[in-house]
Ligand binder design. Structure first.
Ligand SMILES: Nc1ncnc2c1ncn2[C@@H]1O[C@H](COP(=O)(O)OP(=O)(O)OP(=O)(O)O)[C@@H](O)[C@H]1O
Length: 257
């Protein structure tokens, strides 16, 4: 899968009337890398993501995908390049799982030409990757929350984006699927920006972590450098103990009030 270099330059956002929600934020994500955005409730994570998938126009600053401002791209080019998976999924789609995942191919079609063999193959592969092959003919509305979330990740993969934006991709998933989805996403190739509430998942599965606090970028860097006991205590208002696990060497954080 293709992946884009993402550069975010001086990005800020404020509603027309009201105080600034996101203060100027700058960072780079290398092609194929995973950026985790963490922060307490209301820190500005979803707002940042909404700007990255061009739902909100920034008040200041730019989002550059392989050097091109996303607001200078056509709507179709954006749809081909950027996929998004949000927390809340509508439950009332009158479509099967297979049909929803096939919607991911829409931006790649010209006119109303029906899906070719290539599209069908991509859809089957996306279903298989998310453990959903047996669900292809089920109505979406009959699925559990976690199954629905996996369908939305499969649809985003079928889109073959250069940039994949995920807002809390694991909040409905059981532990096996949390680890499975994050592991799989890392190996697939697109550049990924994901918000994560679970700091242990952020420590293990991201290349870079951005910490937001009340709309301010507090730190951005390697998880091992950013997710320190002091910074977590300051940002989340909890006491933290950090251990290094043997043999993986991964960090493990334990929290206390
Ligand atoms: N359109 C808007 N107008 C005014 N305030 C807004 C608007 N959108 C978001 N906000 C405010 O900006 C702040 C950040 O919201 P945002 O949804 O980005 O936070 P978040 O970090 O994703 O939070 P959570 O972890 O609770 O999902 C919140 O205080 C929210 O109420």
């Amino acid at each position: 899968m293709r992946s884009a270099a993402l550069r975010v330059e001086g990005l800020s956002w404020a509603p027309r009337r009201g105080t600034t929600v996101l203060h100027p934020t700058t960072f780079d994500v290398a092609p194929g890398h995973v950026l985790g955005v963490v922060g307490a409730n209301g820190a500005g994570k979803s707002t940042l993501l909404r700007i990255l998938y061009r739902y909100l126009r920034p008040t200041t600053g730019q989002v550059l995908l392989d050097g091109v401002d996303i607001w200078a791209m056509s709507a179709q080019d954006v749809a081909r390049s950027i996929a998004v998976v949000l927390q809340e999924q509508p439950a009332d789609f009158a479509l099967t799982v297979g049909e929803i995942v096939a919607l991911g191919r829409t931006p790649h079609r010209s006119g109303l030409i029906s899906a070719g063999d290539g599209d069908a193959r991509i859809v089957r592969a996306a279903l298989a990757r998310l453990d959903l092959a047996a669900f292809a003919n089920r109505m979406f509305g009959t699925l559990s929350g976690g199954e629905r979330q996996r369908v939305m990740v499969a649809r985003a993969l079928a889109q073959e984006p250069r940039l994949l934006i995920l807002d809390e991709p694991t909040n409905h998933l059981d532990i096996r699927h949390q680890l499975g989805v994050l592991n799989m996403l890392r190996t697939l190739g697109p550049t990924i920006v994901t918000s994560l509430h679970d700091l242990n998942l952020a420590a293990t599965y991201t290349d870079t972590v951005l910490v937001l606090s009340e709309g301010h970028p507090l730190a951005c860097g390697l998880p091992s450098e950013v997710l320190t006991e002091d910074l977590i205590a300051q940002t989340f208002g909890v006491r933290v103990q950090r251990q290094t696990l043997v043999p993986s060497g991964n960090a493990h954080l334990t929290f206390h009030l």
